[in-house]
Ligand binder design. Structure first.
Ligand SMILES: [Fe+2]
Ligand SMILES: [Fe+2]
Length: 528
């Protein structure tokens, strides 16, 4: 829409002409002062003035009484000369400008309803380099006051601005000022991305502006990509909806730490010198510990936010984390590898990953090198989830398998290790869920660690299911290659049932040990 200023003859014989228009201004301090100044000099009395940067960073809607039609035409020419009737003229504003709540002020200012009074107020705001993000005046709504939101670039400028207003005799009421993080949501004029920034900052309790910016940037890119995909698929998706889900994920990953942490211990299993212990956490992945006489070995480590809680939990359960000599990770998603770096640092735990996992960690892209067309989305998702859940990547890790390993069958054995005299095979995933994934199969214990494959859904409660479904929304699918994921699921099922039949002869059985929910007998797969 290009700008305009139309003139109307009033029907009720009021003196003057009604000028009504939409104009476009640069999103910077002084813009409103220039506009209001033009109207003030023309002797025009503004009766409606509306700017909301969150609706459009450049648009102002206004109505004013002008003394003569000639004056109205001159105003229109001045606006044209100043570029205010040309909507494409001003450079796009970056989406994230306001990141300091202390620089924000929302207030209501009393105003005399005469020509030039808006211009005087706008000039005062300009003198303090205030960028007005919301300005609303309507004669019929409140003839004696104007609603304003603004931000300033310099520290302490808000104090000076308020002092100046006082000295010049303005009456005002402050509606929001800096201190409260929560009420910043009520400041009209902040755009969607800025609101999101403040919400994320509050959620994470973080002042690390750089990492916050990075997460906001990833969310924004993700939101744009998702909105585009939806359009192509003929669906409607609001950017706000994406931000809402990201916030839900962020708060879900923080909600149960510290005093709010709880866990559920599943029955342990014993195989001579080896015991298997399983713990379900409030969100994210399970914790599995293999206990041998001389060491503890962990399979998958949960979200980094649980580091303190999980080490305390293990200590309390007689599994001192200082004895954790090795950690085997199924894949580097944050809910399965999140604590790896912390365990390595604190207890010197050796970390084992599929040999391609390094690429995933380095690029922060869970699907790197895979066949997906959604590489960007997977990258943004990885950055966000790792940030929200305090992922700690291991600094040194040892590779499972070798790049030159020849493929053999759908789930090739690429490595082996022993714990408590029992052998585990490392089965390679081809990347259905993520790049660099493996499964661990205890060939004599029947324990099959499947990561995000073969979850037993009835064992998950609604909150867990909702939480697990959020990533699907953010990436369209949690699986880098859904077709491959289905094939691998089938291959794991076949393998588990075949081994189960074999172990049955010796009184053993295969148990599926997924990273979420309860472990369960492989026989249940046959019934599915
Ligand atoms: Fe995963
Ligand atoms: Fe998972």
């Amino acid at each position: 829409m290009s700008g305009y200023l139309d003139l109307f003859t009033p029907l009720d014989g009021r003196p003057g002409w009604l000028a009504r228009g939409a104009v476009w201004l640069p999103d910077q301090p002084g813009s409103l002062a220039w506009l209001a100044g033009l109207f003030g000099e023309a002797g025009a009395n503004i009766i409606h003035f509306h700017h909301n940067r969150s609706e459009h960073p450049n648009r102002v809607l206004l109505e004013a009484w002008v003394p003569t039609p000639e004056m109205g035409r001159r105003l229109r020419e001045e606006l044209g000369r100043g570029g205010a009737l040309d909507d494409g003229r001003w450079p796009a504003t970056p989406p994230l400008v306001v990141t300091d709540a202390d620089s924000i002020l929302r207030l209501e200012v009393g105003l005399e309803h005469v020509p030039g009074s808006l211009a005087r107020l706008a000039a005062l705001l300009r003198d303090h380099q205030a960028n007005v993000i919301f300005f609303s005046y309507h004669e019929d709504v409140s003839p004696q006051s104007v609603q304003i939101s603004l931000f300033t670039g310099r520290a302490g400028e808000i104090d000076r601005l308020l002092r100046d207003l006082n000295q010049r005799g303005y009456h005002y009421t402050i509606r929001y000022r800096g201190a409260s993080q929560r009420e910043v949501d009520d400041v009209i004029g902040l755009n969607l991305v800025e609101r999101f920034y403040f919400q994320i900052r509050r959620l994470l309790g973080s002042d690390d502006a750089e990492s916050l910016r990075r997460m906001v940037e990833s969310s924004r890119s993700m939101s744009e990509a998702l909105v585009r995909f939806s359009q192509e698929a003929g669906r409607h998706l609001e950017a706000g909806e994406v931000y809402t889900r990201v916030l839900a994920f962020a708060s879900g990953s923080q909600a149960h730490t510290g005093p709010r942490f709880s866990y559920r211990r599943l029955p342990s299993l014993t195989f001579d010198d080896l015991s298997f212990h399983a713990f379900r956490l409030p969100s994210g992945g399970n914790v599995f510990v293999l206990e041998a006489p001389d060491e503890l070995v962990m399979v998958d480590s949960p979200f980094g936010v649980y580091h303190r809680d999980v080490t305390a939990m293990l200590e309390a359960c007689g599994l001192p984390p200082a004895k954790l000599r090795r950690l085997y990770v199924t894949h580097t998603d944050a809910d399965h590898a999140g604590m790896a770096g912390s365990l390595e640092d604190e207890f010197g735990t050796r970390v084992f990953l599929h040999h391609r996992a390094g690429e995933v960690l380095q690029r922060e892209n869970r699907a790197w090198g895979g066949a997906t067309t959604l590489l960007d989305l997977n990258h943004h998702f990885t950055v966000l989830v790792n940030g929200f859940t305090r992922f700690r990547a291991p600094a040194r890790w040892e590779p499972l398998g070798q790049p030159e390993t020849a493929p053999g069958g759908p789930l090739p054995v690429i490595d082996r290790f022993q714990v408590g005299g029992r052998t585990f095979h490392v089965l390679e995933s081809n990347g259905g869920h993520t790049t660099g994934g493996v499964f661990y199969l205890g060939i004599d214990t029947g324990l099959l660690f499947t990561g995000d494959y073969l979850l037993w859904l009835p064992s998950l409660n609604q909150e867990e299911r909702d939480f697990l479904s959020l990533p699907r929304f953010m990436m369209t699918s949690t699986n880098a290659d859904s077709g491959l994921f289905r094939e691998e699921t089938q291959a794991l099922t076949t393998l588990a049932l075949a081994l189960d039949r074999r172990l049955a002869g010796t009184g053993g059985e295969v148990r599926i040990v997924p990273g979420h929910g309860d472990y369960y007998p492989a026989r249940q797969l046959g019934r599915g």
